[in-house]
Design a protein around this ligand. Structure first.
Ligand code: SAM
Ligand code: SF4
Length: 391
């Protein structure tokens, strides 16, 4: 199959290190006092790529995503070595999307040219806020000015870029957020990720929240903040194509679409997840292995060096699990899911009475093309909608 008609196949690579730990974050990220032996990690990434390629050979890679942690702490040579390993074991489709997540500091922006030369063609920057007080409260080490400068550098170097903001922050009012978002949109290209602050268990923010010291918006204000977000972004031509992601048509993150559309991907590096169709060729609905690797970076490294991969979980999903996952991921998208594909996976019909009830409440709609999708008013209660349909 040529690159043009091959099925999407994504490769996710997790770089698990950060310079400091942000108090809201529960991603698999670690701070190390000593320098990281990047050459050794790069060899382990290459070994795990080879091990994955032996299980799903011949795939044409349509997207690659370096996520973290902070991948922009990697040397460009490390990124280049990993991309070389992917190209050696699979083939990379012409025009493949190759994204690297970056923290927006000047030190990191200085490496952007090197990443571009290595083959990266898209960056996603964690700007988080355009307000210095809010940035300090989020434990960020950059100012708003520095972040916007990094966005400007990204724009001048990469064909595509995106940045993330966190809203529904402590004490945040809809009018303030509206002004901040409008300002952000003047700097945005084709894509923005806008996340509502989540208080994750076992983070310093969770402890503050429990102690009554984190004044985050309640349900009504969170809803008002969400509504403002949708309205302003749609007005600027970047409607939500996923619950937290906005793009101009065609500017969507192709890699993340792989997850949400139930396509196939490999997860490489500490704490990475993959979904591979090992027995079924590239037929994503024939069979799916849910794969996860060891989370602790040094333990992952030792495991790869000893056994060739860091895999600690490798489960074949049941039809029911595949169907549930397809529903859960697919309904995050504005385009929704193909009902027939769900019913084939699940081996049962979606309950028409449940769809009718959700429809009556204005939370979902079905299309003439046989898709089911969540409406704008349905997105704030997406979890409940999914739970209802999967029951
Ligand atoms: C892997 S993280 C961070 C990438 C990069 N290290 C950074 O901080 O800029 C990806 C994004 O998730 C979002 N995020 C992380 N924790 C969050 C939380 N508790 N609530 C809402 N958004 C969160 C942030 O916007 C962040 O940029
Ligand atoms: S938000 Fe980004 S920089 Fe902060 S700890 Fe998480 S991964 Fe690291």
């Amino acid at each position: 199959m040529s690159g043009a008609d091959a099925k999407p196949f994504g490769v996710y690579l997790h770089w698990p290190f950060c310079l400091s730990k942000c108090p809201y974050c529960d991603f698999n990220s670690h701070v190390r006092r000593d320098a990281i032996d990047e050459a050794r990690f790069a060899r382990a990434f290459a070994a795990e790529i080879a091990a994955n390629a032996a299980r799903v050979p011949g795939r044409v890679v349509s997207s690659i995503f370096f996520g973290g942690g902070t991948p922009s702490l990697m040397k460009p040579a490390t990124v280049a070595a990993i991309l070389d390993a992917i190209a050696a074991h699979w083939s990379i489709a012409p025009g493949a999307e190759i994204t690297l997540e970056a923290n927006p500091t000047s030190v990191e922006a200085a490496r952007f040219r090197g990443y571009r030369d290595a083959g990266v063609n898209r960056v996603s920057l964690g700007v988080q806020a355009l307000d210095d007080r809010a940035l300090a409260e989020l434990g960020r080490t950059h100012s708003a000015r520095e972040a916007l400068d990094a966005v400007g550098i990204a724009r001048s170097i990469f064909p595509r870029y995106s940045f993330d903001l966190i809203y529904a922050r402590p004490r945040q009012q809809p009018s303030e957020w509206a002004a901040e978002l409008r300002r952000a949109l003047t700097e945005a290209g084709e894509h923005l990720s806008l996340y509502q602050l989540t208080v994750e268990p076992d983070t310093p923010f969770a402890a503050l929240h429990k102690a009554g010291k984190l004044d985050i918006p309640g349900e009504d204000r969170a809803r008002a903040l969400y509504d403002v977000t949708q309205e302003i972004c749609a007005d600027h031509g970047l409607p939500a194509y996923e619950i937290s992601n906005h793009a101009r048509p065609g500017g969507e993150c192709r890699h993340n679409l792989v997850y949400w559309r139930g396509d196939e991907y490999a997860g490489i590096g500490p704490g990475a997840h993959g979904r591979l169709n090992i027995a079924g060729g590239d037929n994503t609905d024939a069979e799916r292995h849910a794969i996860a690797t060891e989370k602790r970076p040094e333990a992952w490294l030792a495991r790869v060096e000893e056994r060739g991969d860091g895999i600690v979980t490798d489960d074949v999903l049941t039809r029911e699990e595949m169907a549930d996952e397809f529903l859960l991921m697919g309904l995050r998208l504005a385009e929704g899911i193909e009902i027939a594909r769900y019913e084939k996976l699940a081996g049962r019909k979606l309950d028409p009475a449940r769809i009718a009830a959700l429809h009556e409440h204005g939370l979902v709609e079905t299309t003439a093309g046989g898709r089911l999708r969540v409406t704008l008013p349905g997105f704030p209660v997406l979890d409940a909608v999914v739970a209802d349909l999967a029951a």
